[in-house]
Every structure is written in structure tokens, then in C-alpha cells.
Design a protein around this ligand. Structure first.
Ligand SMILES: [Fe+2]
Length: 491
């Protein structure tokens, strides 16, 4: 392996840190590498041609008050495959907030679990305001560029998808909705090349929805009025519709009036879904009601006759009871564990003719963070690749290939002390069968104190990885990621 250190970021995190999401598998990285000729156990498939990109919450400075695991600065890890070889890079997302904190040498913005009033800066980003836009949540490739995003809404940062150089903030020719920002979980429709997005805010209309063309022009932006401030995290789309949601888990209004932002579940309220034509406005929205829950992530959606079929992870416990064991921080962030949310794959059907919703569980297993072959995004599909979680922790300990046609689930467990990222599917060739391709993920191996990229054959994940590619350093655990074939990159 040829390794070049290309950057070091000075951190003020305490050497004796005891925060469970800044230590162990979540220990952040502060060195930026370029690595080529990576060591491989097994064989990298010759027809694996593209990049795997993963965003990471990677804190640099000691927090003002308490650190929330989603406050960390964005760091992107990238591995590129071509001709059976691999190269790796990692880079911080050069956000405006990080630049200002680097100039100051300390944190300027308090994180999510502190009141905005504790921030040293009066300005900032995020639906609640006075938050740093860390651009650390999600990453997609659209119009040849990588876009990082933040779950509390902010800018989209544009990165070269292979060098990971930050090229500044997305502007959409001056039409970027800067006042509200854009939420994480923008969606790319591979069939049209469009990017679909939403945002949310604490002032009316509380949510917007928009469409950006394959040529990167903002071609549609509309209000989606909600009854009040909400915390939607993800959206879905079909060939002709976008699906937005109003889940009954949102900031408590009374506390919010006092400047405290605390999410509260309202089991007396339904979950509401807005089905809107892809270029439709508020007047075209069809609202559907369903069982109260919170959904972090949708898997996919498609049209079937009069019905819109939506798959996602239904939380049986959107407001988990407090845990009584573990450290203060372990108890505090217990609710991030998939088993605490009790999240199950679930299917909603919205009948456009009758206005009725029907819903059913698709699995009895606790899973989340589902990926699909992106060519099937918004279209009928059969396979999802979902993560299972280490009980009590926000760490992924296995992957499940879920055959939605037969209900069959095949799980591969990574092994004790080995945690992976969200695991997208890389189709082997255009027009190949839906599960003909590879699954790609980064693993953090606490036993061997190293990280690797693991490549599986999507058709047979039980066989274990076809190849394990060594990275120069153990990288922090992380979640959202994407796969982009070389044909989708402008380099
Ligand atoms: Fe997410």
C-alpha cells in the first residue's frame, strides 16, 4: 500500500475522552490520506467500476456543552475501484462552520442537545437555528458531483467525487433555498437524472419540496404546508410522485417557546403522508393517514395500479423508555440503537382511488438503513439490503438481504467487534438482474484495530466478502453512503 498523508486537522478533543460516540468504534479521524495499491485479501472484481462514498460525523473540537453523535464535522471516505484495483481517500468537508471554528481554534456553535442560546455565534444553520451545518449526514452523486448534506437542513456542499476536494456550496444558479436550506436525504432518480429534495423549518409553511434537473437547474420548488414544525428525516419517490411525511414525533411546542428543542412523540396523532405529483404544488397534494410512528428511512416506493407502495422502517418505539444502566452518555444516546427504536421493515399502500391506507410489517427482524439497486429506485423492486444493529448501540453488526417477493432474509454477521456502514449495491452491468452485482461497505474492526472495505456478491451474501481491502487507518464508524458507477462521475 502506498500512503501519503495530505492533511492533518488539529483537534482539541480531550485525550481521556469518555464519550461513547467519540471513542471506540466512533473515534474520529484527523489525518487525511491518499492511498493507492491497497492490500487486498481475496480479489477485487474486474467489473467493479466506480466509487463508494461514505459521510461521517467526525468531531474536531471539544463541544460547547454536550456532544450529540450527529454534531460531528463531515468527513467523507472514498474508495474507487477500476480494473481490479482500488484507491482510497478521506477528506473533511470544508464547511463554512468548520473554517470559522478552525480560525477560532474552538467550537463556536453548541450542538443539537444544547439550547441554541449556548452557541457563541448568533448566526448559523439548521431548522432550529444557531447550529453548525456540519454537512455530515448524507452523500449522493448528482450531475457528476458528490453532494453532502445535513439532517437539520443546511447547504449542499459540492465535492469532486474522486479527489474529494470541496468545491463550495451548491447554488443552483442563485435559486438555492438558502434561508431554509435543504435536508439530508435528497433523492437521485437514475431514470431521469433528477434530484428530488425537501426542507423543513420552524415557520410556515414548515416544509418545501423541490426538483433539480439532470442539467443541475432548479426546475420546481413548492410549499408543503404542515400543521406546525416537524422533523421529517427522509423522503421517497415513485415514477410520477414524491412522498413526504408528517410523523407525530416533533419538537415540543411549550419547550420550544422557551428556547429548548426536545423531540416528543404524540401517539394521539396519525402519521401523515403527502403524495404529490413530481412537479405538483400544494394544491395537488393527496394526504394519507396511517398508524402513528416515526420513520427515519424509507427503502423505496413504486406505483402499482391505483396504489402507491411505500416501504420503510416502522418504529414500534419512537420514544424509547430511558435506560438505567451504562454511563451518562450511554444512557443518553440509548435511543439511537436500532433495537431501542424497534424498527421493522414495513409497507404502506396508499390507494389514490379510495383515499385509503393499508399497512403491514414485512419482517419481524429489527433492521434499518436499507439500500437497493438504485436503478430500481421509484420502480417495482425485489431486494433490499438492510443493516442490523448491535443491541444498545448505534453500530451495524450485520447485513440482511431481504427478498421482498418471498420474504426470505439472508443475514451475514460481521463478527464480534466489527461494524460496517450503510451498504449500497453496485450493479455489475447495465441491464443485469436486480441482484447481479456487489455490495460495498467500510468496516471498523475493533479486534484488529484496522479498517477495511468489504465487497460481497449481492446474489450470495452468506458466502462472506469476495475481497477485503485494507485502509491506511482505522476509520470511525459511520452510516450514510452511496455507490456511483464511473459513468456517473465527471472527473
Ligand atoms: Fe438518515
Amino acid at each position: 500500500m502506498k500512503v501519503e498523508i495530505v492533511g492533518r486537522v488539529l483537534s482539541t478533543l480531550p485525550p481521556e475522552d469518555d464519550h461513547p460516540y467519540r471513542t471506540g468504534a466512533w473515534r474520529p479521524n484527523h489525518i487525511e490520506y491518499d492511498a493507492t495499491d491497497l492490500d487486498v485479501v481475496g480479489e477485487i472484481p474486474n467489473d467493479l467500476d466506480g466509487v463508494y462514498l461514505r459521510n461521517t460525523e467526525n468531531p474536531v473540537y471539544e463541544s460547547i456543552g454536550r456532544y450529540h453523535p450527529f454534531d460531528g464535522d463531515g468527513m467523507v471516505h472514498m474508495i474507487r475501484f477500476r480494473n481490479g484495483r482500488a484507491e482510497y481517500r478521506n477528506r473533511f468537508v470544508r464547511t463554512l462552520g468548520l473554517a470559522d471554528e478552525q480560525a477560532a481554534g474552538h467550537a463556536l456553535w453548541a450542538g443539537l442537545v444544547e439550547p441554541p442560546a449556548r452557541s457563541l455565534r448568533a448566526d448559523g444553520w439548521g431548522a432550529r437555528g444557531r447550529l453548525k451545518d456540519a454537512s455530515s449526514t448524507d452523500i449522493v452523486v448528482h450531475a457528476g458531483r458528490a453532494l453532502t448534506s445535513f439532517y437539520q437542513c443546511g447547504d449542499l456542499y459540492v465535492l469532486d467525487p474522486t479527489t474529494l476536494d470541496t468545491r463550495g456550496r451548491e447554488t443552483w444558479g442563485g435559486r438555492f433555498p438558502s434561508r431554509v436550506g435543504v435536508s439530508a436525504h435528497t433523492k437521485v432518480d437514475e431514470h431521469t437524472g433528477e434530484l428530488l429534495f425537501f426542507n423543513y423549518a420552524t415557520d410556515p409553511p414548515y416544509m418545501h419540496y423541490g426538483v433539480v434537473s439532470a442539467a443541475n437547474e432548479l426546475v420546481h420548488y413548492t410549499d408543503i404546508p404542515l400543521p406546525g414544525p416537524r422533523l421529517p428525516h427522509d423522503m421517497a419517490f415513485t415514477e410520477h410522485y414524491a412522498i413526504l411525511n408528517d410523523c407525530p414525533l416533533f419538537w415540543d411546542a411549550e419547550a420550544m417557546a422557551k428556547g429548548i428543542y426536545a423531540a416528543r412523540f404524540h401517539p394521539e396523532l396519525p402519521t401523515r403522508f403527502a403524495v404529490v405529483p413530481r412537479r405538483g404544488t400544494n394544491a395537488d397534494v393527496r394526504w394519507f393517514e396511517a398508524t402513528p410512528t416515526y420513520v427515519l428511512h424509507w427503502i423505496n416506493a413504486y406505483e402499482e395500479g391505483d396504489e402507491i407502495v411505500l416501504d420503510g422502517f416502522f418504529q414500534r418505539s419512537p420514544a424509547p423508555a430511558p435506560r438505567r444502566t451504562g454511563s451518562y452518555y450511554e444512557r443518553m444516546f440509548h435511543y439511537l440503537a436500532l433495537d431501542a427504536m424497534d424498527a421493522r421493515a414495513h409497507r404502506w399502500r396508499f390507494n389514490l382511488a379510495t383515499g385509503r391506507t393499508t399497512e403491514t410489517d414485512l419482517s419481524d427482524r429489527v433492521m434499518e438503513f436499507g439500500m437497493i439497486n438504485a436503478r430500481y429506485g421509484g420502480r417495482p423492486y425485489r431486494y433490499a439490503y438492510n443493516m442490523t444493529g448491535k443491541p444498545g448501540w448505534f453500530l451495524f453488526d450485520g447485513i440482511v438481504k431481504h427478498d421482498l417477493a418471498t420474504g426470505r432474509e439472508t443475514r451475514y454477521a460481521f463478527g464480534d467487534g466489527i461494524y460496517a456502514s450503510e451498504t449500497p449495491m453496485a450493479p455489475r452491468a447495465p441491464g443485469a438482474a436486480e441482484d447481479d452485482g456487489y455490495l460495498v461497505t467500510f468496516v471498523t474492526d475493533m479486534n484488529a484495530d484496522r479498517s477495511e472495505c468489504w465487497i460481497f456478491a449481492a446474489a450470495e451474501i452468506a458466502d462472506g466478502p469476495l475481497a477485503r481491502v485494507r485502509l491506511p487507518e482505522r476509520i470511525s464508524s459511520g452510516t450514510h453512503s452511496c455507490w456511483a458507477p464511473s459513468s456517473a462521475l465527471h472527473t
